[in-house]
Design a protein around this ligand. Structure first.
Ligand code: B4P
Length: 193
């Protein structure tokens, strides 16, 4: 089983690259952002509780996303491996994920961290906000809140995995195909086959 985390600030291209990586490597894509938006659209109690956090640009509480990931892992017992996109976003989430994977006799192989400048991130998210209908992409102050949350709570996740020597930084600006190529090279080096 090959499990990887695609890591990076909001708008760094995690969702964009995940789509390609999952089809190339046959990994099960688990995006907590997507899972939360599905819950929100279905107006489930979880989705309604998450909505106010997402719309303000804040992180959803750890226990909510950890429970969601735990169920997703249980619901995919035959997966070849998982591609975690936008999860973990706090050290508590990273610790919980490690425990869940140990229970399944597996672990994280690598954390691929996309690096993009803040000006470029703002540009991308405002641009996506023009068509996505996502409330958290619409105005610059919500986008800035997301960056603050990232600095305050999420950046430490890279430090957590650095202790285990699992983090590889990848330039996330430029051509989408070239970024995909760089990510693929790192995965191939670790041989998920
Ligand atoms: P997410 O859905 O995870 O989204 P994201 O950080 O906005 O985006 P991503 O990095 O995937 O960007 P994308 O590829 O789409 O999170 C949304 C919210 O959900 C969070 O703020 C939080 O409230 C909540 N949440 C999710 N997970 C959570 C967790 N674990 N704990 C707590 N709360 C959680 O790219 C963005 C744009 O850039 C797109 O328009 C794309 O086309 C463009 N783009 C991509 N690559 C490009 C390139 N190389 N060049 C130019 N444009 C590019």
């Amino acid at each position: 089983m090959f499990n990887l985390i695609l890591f990076g600030p909001p708008g760094s291209g995690k969702g964009t690259q995940s789509e390609r990586l999952m089809s190339k490597y046959g990994l099960k894509h688990l995006s907590t952002g997507d899972l939360l938006r599905i819950e929100k659209a279905a107006k489930t109690p979880l989705g309604l509780a998450a909505q106010s956090y997402i719309e303000k640009g804040q992180l959803v509480p750890d226990e909510v996303v950890i429970e969601m990931i735990s169920s997703a892992l249980d619901n995919n017992p035959h997966a070849n491996g998982f591609l975690f996109d936008g999860f973990p976003r706090t050290t508590a989430q990273a610790e919980a994920l490690d425990k869940l994977l140990i229970q399944k006799g597996t672990s994280i192989a690598v954390v691929l961290a996309l690096q993009v400048s803040e000006e470029e991130l703002v540009k991308r998210l405002l641009n996506r906000g023009l068509t996505s209908g996502r409330a958290d992409d619409k105005d610059e102050s919500t986008i800035r809140t997301r960056f603050l949350e990232y600095e305050k709570k999420t950046a430490a996740v890279a430090d957590y995995y650095k202790k285990y020597d699992k983090v590889v930084y990848i330039k996330g600006e430029g051509d989408v195909d070239e970024i995909f190529q760089s990510l693929s090279e790192e995965i191939d080096r670790r041989d998920p086959a």
